[in-house]
Design a protein around this ligand. Structure first.
Ligand code: 5GP
Ligand code: ZN
Length: 117
């Protein structure tokens, strides 16, 4: 499959191996690595290798890759031995998205509150 990259994108650089990351899972179309600023005992980011700005764009362009991303998140949780986890896609600046290469946050290993802040 053709890999599309954005030259200025942090997660494209991680996916391309140009910036190091603590990778915990690698699949055909997705990659999982630990968040540099963990907000829970388990905090892993799952990203497509290709550049898509948000989860809806990924769903439209490559639904199979989104499905692989969700399966990878579940596999990460199983690897970490956590039975409950959050899979979060911050979408848009006001919702907390700071990196515009879609990423699912896998968060777990502690009690979670609802609603989020
Ligand atoms: P967002 O705010 O876009 O939902 O999430 C971006 C996440 O990327 C944040 O949780 C942030 O800590 C993480 N992050 C930012 N820069 C890096 C980096 O260079 N390496 C890793 N592993 N995570 C990063
Ligand atoms: Zn990117």
């Amino acid at each position: 499959a053709r890999v599309t990259r954005d030259a200025d994108c942090l997660f494209c650089k991680i996916a391309g191996g140009e910036i190091p990351a603590d990778v915990v899972r690698e699949n055909e179309h997705t990659l999982a690595f630990r968040d540099i600023s963990p907000q829970a005992p388990t905090h892993v980011l799952v990203v497509p290798r290709d550049h898509h700005r948000d989860v809806a764009s990924l769903a439209a362009a490559a639904p199979g890759t989104l499905a692989e991303l969700v399966r990878t998140a579940a596999a990460v949780a199983a690897d970490e031995g956590i039975e409950a986890y959050r899979l979060v896609f911050n979408t848009g600046e006001q919702a907390g998205q700071s990196v515009f290469h879609v990423h699912g946050h896998v968060l777990g290993g502690r009690a979670m509150t609802w609603p989020p802040g």
